[in-house]
Design a protein around this ligand. Structure first.
Ligand SMILES: Nc1ncnc2c1ncn2[C@@H]1O[C@H](COP(=O)(O)OP(=O)(O)O)[C@@H](O)[C@H]1O
Ligand SMILES: [Mg+2]
Length: 258
């Protein structure tokens, strides 16, 4: 029956490694390594800004935005968790503090994406991809999530606000560019769904967290294997929500019969 296999894949490390094997998708995954002292030094050297997050986190909990500051007067390090920012003059003190806040749990370091903003607040996108009743991977939903002012995560459970993607993209792109980007995101979601399905046939829906930077590169921040469909009910236009729920019901029904 394979009911056990339905439980979500929780390790962001394993999920990232799976996707790195796709030649098409891997260039869109920000470099990700395990949290160690040496990796932290290397990643900051390389990217200046990184995100440090629990290997098995959810809802944006424990996610930190970490930076090496290069201003001549104030060279040093800083990190933000929630709205609290801590700054350090030495790598040693900085690393100790970060390490302490991991509470001995497994953490990852990921290249930081400077997320686009909407009226000063960071946002990212959630692409919902489902196996259609006819057995084809289809992008059924696309929604934006806006972080609370001053926050670094966009998750609904951390106060992020689900918002129509078009509204968030409008200040950054004209109508034709928006349509082109949305098509690209839909295809990226479908490629990701098909690729995952090869290795994990039990999954029939995924939610891809996509971050956009100023170059409009759609970076894959995380793939959720048990995505929340109800976020789509937050939009005034219920058409996506209805489609997401219809596909979901079709699969639940099939699983009960099989
Ligand atoms: N590398 C990154 N660059 C920019 N923002 C990030 C990065 N990693 C995480 N975030 C922000 O933090 C949020 C939560 O991180 P995510 O990896 O999706 O973990 P969770 O399982 O807690 O949702 C993302 O939706 C995004 O807003
Ligand atoms: Mg996420």
């Amino acid at each position: 029956m394979g009911t056990k296999a339905k439980s979500a894949l929780t390790s962001k490390w394993i999920k990232t490694k799976v996707l790195m094997r796709s030649a098409e998708i891997s260039p869109l995954i920000p470099e990700t390594v395990r949290f160690t002292r040496t990796h932290l030094q290397q990643m900051l050297q390389k990217y200046g800004m990184v995100y440090v997050k629990p290997e098995r986190g959810t809802y944006g909990n424990g996610v930190m935005r970490v930076e090496q500051t290069r201003e001549v007067q104030h060279a040093g390090y800083k990190y933000q968790s929630g709205t609290k920012v801590r700054t350090f003059g030495s790598f040693e003190a900085f690393y100790l503090s970060l390490h302490k806040s991991t509470h001995g749990r497994s953490y990852l370091i990921q290249r930081g994406i400077s997320l686009l903003k909407y009226s000063g607040r960071r946002f990212d996108l959630r692409v919902m991809v489902q196996l259609s009743p006819r057995g084809k991977w289809e992008t059924t939903g696309l929604i934006g999530r806006v972080a609370q002012r001053g926050k670094i995560v966009t998750n609904y459970h951390s106060g992020g606000k689900p918002t129509a993607a078009q509204k968030l993209l409008a200040p950054h792109l004209n109508a034709a560019q928006q349509a082109q980007l949305i098509r690209r995101l839909e295809k990226l979601g479908e490629d990701t769904g098909r690729f995952y399905h090869k290795k994990y046939p039990a999954f029939t829906q995924i939610g891809v967290d996509v971050g956009l930077d100023h170059s409009m590169t759609p970076w894959i921040i995380e793939v959720n294997t048990n995505p929340d469909p109800y976020i789509f009910n937050q939009l005034a236009d219920k058409s996506m929500y209805r489609k997401v729920m219809a596909y979901r019901r079709a699969h639940l029904k099939r699983k009960n019969i099989v």
